[in-house]
Design a protein around this ligand. Sequence first.
Ligand SMILES: Cc1cc2nc3c(=O)[nH]c(=O)nc-3n(C[C@H](O)[C@H](O)[C@H](O)COP(=O)(O)OP(=O)(O)OC[C@H]3O[C@@H](n4cnc5c(N)ncnc54)[C@H](O)[C@@H]3O)c2cc1C
Length: 445
Amino acid sequence: MSGDVIVIGAGLSGLVAALELERAGRSVTVLEAADRIGGKVLTRDVDGHHVDYGAHWVGGDQTAVLDLADELGVATAPEPRRRRGADELFAAAGRVLRYHGQVPPIPAREWLPVGLGIAGLDVAVRRSRSTPLPVLDAWRPGEHDMSNEIGDRLFRSAYGRDILTCFYRLIFGADPDEVPARAALEYLRAAGSLRAIAEVRDGAQERYFVDGAGALVAAVAQQLSSEPRLRRPVTAVRSDGSGVDVVTEDGTLRASAVVIAVPLPRAADIDGALPAGDRMRNSRMGEYAKTIVVYDRPWWREDGLTGTVLDVDGPVQMVVDGNPGAASPGVLVAFSGGRAASDLFSRSDRREVVVAELVRLFGAHAASPRLVDDITWSEQPWLGGAPTAIPPYGGIFEPADLTTGRVHWAGTDLADRWPGYLDGAVRSGRRAAAEIIGGLTPPAP
Ligand SMILES: Cc1cc2nc3c(=O)[nH]c(=O)nc-3n(C[C@H](O)[C@H](O)[C@H](O)COP(=O)(O)OP(=O)(O)OC[C@H]3O[C@@H](n4cnc5c(N)ncnc54)[C@H](O)[C@@H]3O)c2cc1C
């Protein structure tokens, strides 16, 4: 027996599950396939500053992660994007517009279908669990274009559909035709609304981690009585009446219960983990990439800009100031998702492409970065993409679809609130631990 409970995966959800189990007096071993903890949280030092290559913001009603950060003394600060007097940029239909406030200065005839689409989407989101949506439920890939369901029905202009695609790429790391409509609606509903996801004030981008999101993961790991065991990919899980065998390349460990805290598509690689059925086995992660562009100073601030851009036209969909707490260096972080990310990362000149886009958006200042770095999450071993698992059809995943006997499931994909986010990771880790602590699985004899 290697520990009363084995947690597979040292992302935030696995670490939180381990912490809760230890606090309840259980002995825990954490096995992690990669050579680092954190999973989709990755903070790197760039020119002496913490830059988040993965998760970045928290806020709004994400109380699970905010309370955890508070409890562990991990500092967050208000996202300064909506600084008084500073402007943002909106790039669409070949134009780059500068604006302040909520809505870009787009002619009413163009904005109206977008506003109606967003309002219609919010209504569909509110109804997504209570009202049967047979057309949406029945859809399977290849039958017809999914954008007919949400895109064409709700966003009735080409301009509106381009904006919807931009939102999808940022939220799901996928294009609208790649996400089953029911899953999209349930995902938005679990966050509250599209507004809750997109907003800074009272929304998911309200605060950032002063020392990077990695500080939170490190703080949780420090609370554990032993360090997660790195480079220990789990290849199989076999449960019987008295315990669970967890198979790694180094041998088999036995425990009274196991928490699987890996992205759902990666769980398909663990023999015996997923129940039969194509919905789980054929889920896939989104495509998500970040390009980090470092300048000697944040010249956009001198020009009265926050550094934030929503870019409907380009190879990147959003740009933000990646070092908002400091006067130098200037860091712009460009996000790409869905097909924009895969197209970008298929190019050997992708960094030049992103810098050229920054020049189109901001002007000549952007032409001379002192450093460019990037990451695409679909190439990260053991993760295969971000930010969340996309089912092939139907709604988002429920833990009840998976949990059996001594095998419990964490991971942000299985959160009842804020799936795909840090908050969902914390909630799912706590829920999995509570299942075990609550006696669903007895301690080993
Ligand atoms: C670019 C980007 C931006 C993001 N922005 C935000 C944001 O601003 N705010 C926010 O709240 N969230 C954001 N997210 C999402 C957030 O990072 C995730 O929701 C969260 O970190 C998921 O945690 P997790 O524990 O569920 O899974 P993961 O972080 O995916 O951890 C799973 C772990 O399991 C390990 N593993 C996989 N297979 C095995 C195996 N066979 N054996 C052992 N270990 C295995 C992996 O190596 C990994 O460490 C972002 C993500 C990305 C990539």
